[in-house]
Design a protein around this ligand. Sequence first.
Ligand SMILES: Nc1nc2c(ncn2[C@@H]2O[C@H](COP(=O)(O)OP(=O)(O)O)[C@@H](O)[C@H]2O)c(=O)[nH]1
Ligand SMILES: [Mg+2]
Length: 359
Amino acid sequence: MTKKKFSSKKRAIDAALERIRTNRSDNHNAIEIANGIINGKLEELARGITLIESERLSDRPLAQLLLQEIKSFIEEKSHYSQIDTVRIGITGIPGVGKSTFIERLGLDLIKEGHRVAVLAVDPSSKRTGGSILGDKTRMDELAVQENAFIRPSPASDALGGVARATMEAVILCEAAGYNRIIVETVGVGQSETAVREMVDVFCLLLIGGAGDEVQGIKRGIVEMADLIIVHKSDGDNIAACASTAQAYINALHLFPPPPSGEKVDVLLASSIDGSGHSQIREEIDSLTKLWKESGWWSKQRANQNSDRMTTHARDLLLAQKMDNPKSALLWNKLQLEVTRGTRSAFSAAWDWVNSDSDK
Ligand SMILES: Nc1nc2c(ncn2[C@@H]2O[C@H](COP(=O)(O)OP(=O)(O)O)[C@@H](O)[C@H]2O)c(=O)[nH]1
Ligand SMILES: [Mg+2]
């Protein structure tokens, strides 16, 4: 055997041994974390979410094992999370009152006997290094409830990363016994779509009296909503909110019917005095019931699962290729050419995807 061949064989053996070694400990860890989560241990739930949020490629095998472990537990044991969980998305521009709304909704759901988890795609976490939710300036009351779990997702540059993490965090929270999962989004472009794709009922919060342009509301977002809530309908705002609600009711007639087949309600609410909240909870319950009967509920979840597979695969392939220094270097070079306008984006992507990282 030549020296070169020998060293490449040795490398292959080392790699195989390393795989066996890490897989063993991964398996062990994944079972440990999964068991902790299923038994309602909060520190294990937080640990699990941190693991799936990790941007490190080397954390992915363990994250994958953990999610698989959770999945098989849910299937084998007819775990309660399979039976009755409702995922609620809340969107609207910053300042519309999403966090305040969620706190009240969460407290009311707990009073009704539910266990509530709040996940957020929080744009401030990068700036502050922590999170606004963690500061407890909002949701103070909810945060101290035994049946509440509040966890902001870290804002990442790659929205795909945030979406991946939050989607899977929903699953972990359900496995931990939380049956009402609320996901707060921020009012910027893609995050609404990402959240829409991970929840059952998507609620859009609006402010009364302000025009669509002022609110930064694009038609596409209105079309994604299952429920429209004109928020802060209290004090001097009541009349303005009522007229905004009417304007939306009129406008919705012109929209194509939603894929769920159920018409979109426009409701008024205040999270300061609590008005409209019981109606909102009733509407969410009613949509849940109707969609389960019509089959939309399971169809939507099935579609979401299938889309998630595509998202994850894309994310993993890109991350895996980017993990190679040569590929990363080539990426930068090609990107420069694309931004300079000397090469088409498609041809750059083609070359990059087809480049051999080993050369
Ligand atoms: N009048 C009124 N103010 C509200 C209501 N909900 C929230 N606010 C206020 O609106 C501001 C923004 O609320 P926040 O929940 O942080 O909004 P977010 O950025 O959408 O999460 C805060 O000063 C809240 O006290 C409401 O129902 N009525
Ligand atoms: Mg907020």
